[in-house]
Design a protein around this ligand. Structure first.
Ligand SMILES: NC(=O)c1ccc[n+]([C@@H]2O[C@H](COP(=O)([O-])OP(=O)(O)OC[C@H]3O[C@@H](n4cnc5c(N)ncnc54)[C@H](O)[C@@H]3O)[C@@H](O)[C@H]2O)c1
Ligand SMILES: [Zn+2]
Ligand SMILES: [Zn+2]
Length: 361
């Protein structure tokens, strides 16, 4: 059985993506079919297309999505047809060693749909991050559907499903930013800008935004950065120290993920402060730091996977704050595009022209 719908497929390494007819099975036990309403274009989709994640082509791209549950399989109780949901890539298992230690946001065995979506000839598709939402409909594990207030616009809600949550969570969850803290964010694309917003939400007194691109600094200022530092020919560490009484920031978030930005984050932080790495490095990158400085500067060096979020806890809360006008998520939607605009959106992302392009269905 199943249904035939349109989906954006990356057939091979580096090949432009194409709209194909895909087959979405009816939901089996524990699964749900979701009618996608909006799906943002994330860097990770481009990484998949370029073979940077793995070789399991063909990929069904798209993973920052919101939509309405169309049907559910046997035994599904958490969501029902008609529910407005954000799709997540952290459907926690409740049984792995992280979940058993009471830290489900690290869950090492997250759920995805058991059945495969396919091309018409039966070729199995690999959905990006177990979601695959550049498609009219997609099949996921029911736990990947997080119910939120349907008053939120789908284009905005969907962004919480990946990059914006990663940034907000890097500040709020991983960095533990608190009232009065000083925070510096290196790299203010979609993820870093969200970290600025998260720091503001958490009550940071000083928020220093750092980027090579003036346009990103302007956006960060609009979202609540108190100071901006153009990274190009400035000594970033000295600039952050100057803005923090000569000491460095309490929390520094690296939303680029390169050895040089990490080193800046390491030294731009106050003694006993926290570094949060949320940008994703590539396999060849190496770090060389004096071990004595690692010891002597103390504090915490942390990585943030998906903002250490727990979708069931964080998505509804953040959507409520958005609806109350306390979280400016609208600023992240740079443009809305049709399903056949994904390839062009990759190009704009590459040139830094957008925070997020969002496909509307
Ligand atoms: N940890 C996670 O769970 C998670 C989730 C989603 C995305 N990410 C990662 O976060 C990173 C950022 O994603 P994004 O969507 O914001 O990308 P982006 O391309 O929109 O933003 C990157 C920004 O960094 C700036 N930049 C680049 N080099 C710089 C430098 N040396 N100094 C200062 N600024 C610099 C760019 O000008 C740009 O504004 C990526 O590595 C992405 O893969 C991580
Ligand atoms: Zn688990
Ligand atoms: Zn993403």
């Amino acid at each position: 059985m199943g249904q035939r719908v349109r989906g954006v497929v990356a057939a091979g390494k580096g090949q432009p993506v194409r709209i194909e007819t895909i087959v979405v099975p009816d939901p089996g036990p524990g699964e749900a079919v979701v009618q996608v309403q909006a799906c943002g274009v994330c860097h990770t989709d481009l990484h998949y297309r370029e073979g940077g994640i793995n070789d399991e082509f063909p990929f069904l791209l798209g993973h920052e999505a919101a939509g309405v549950v169309e049907s559910v399989g046997e035994g599904v109780t958490e969501v029902a047809p008609g529910d407005f949901v954000i799709l997540n890539w952290r459907a926690v298992c409740g049984q792995c060693r992280a979940c058993l230690r009471g830290r489900p946001w690290y869950c090492f065995n997250t759920h995805n749909a058991a059945q495969k979506m396919t091309l018409e000839d039966g070729t199995a598709l690999s959905p990006a991050l177990g979601i695959g939402a550049f498609a009219d409909k997609t099949l996921v594990a029911a736990g990947q559907c997080t119910k939120v207030d349907p008053a939120a616009k789908p284009a905005v809600a969907g962004l919480l499903g990946c990059g914006v949550m990663a940034g907000l969570g890097a500040a709020i969850n991983t960095g533990g930013v608190g009232r009065g803290d000083s925070v510096a964010v290196i790299g203010c694309g979609g993820v870093g800008a969200a970290a600025v917003l998260g720091a503001r939400l958490a009550g940071a007194a000083r928020i220093i935004a750092i980027d090579l691109d003036e346009r990103k600094l302007a956006t960060a200022a609009a979202l609540g950065a108190t100071d901006t530092v153009p990274a190009g020919d400035t000594d970033v560490v000295a600039a952050v120290r100057d803005l923090t009484g000569g000491f460095g920031a309490d929390v520094v978030i690296d939303a680029v993920g390169r050895p040089e930005t990490y080193e800046q984050a390491f030294y731009a932080r106050d003694l006993a402060g926290t570094v949060v790495l949320v940008g994703v490095p590539t396999p060849e990158m190496r770090l060389d730091l004096p071990l004595l400085d690692v010891f002597g500067r103390g504090g915490a060096l942390k990585s943030s996977w998906y903002g250490d979020c727990l979708p069931s806890r964080d998505f509804p809360m953040l959507i409520d704050l958005y609806l109350q006008g306390r979280l400016d998520l609208d600023a992240f939607v740079s443009e809305t595009i049709p399903l056949d605009g994904v390839e062009a959106a990759f190009e704009k992302m590459h040139h830094g022209d957008v925070l997020r392009s969002v496909v509307m269905f």
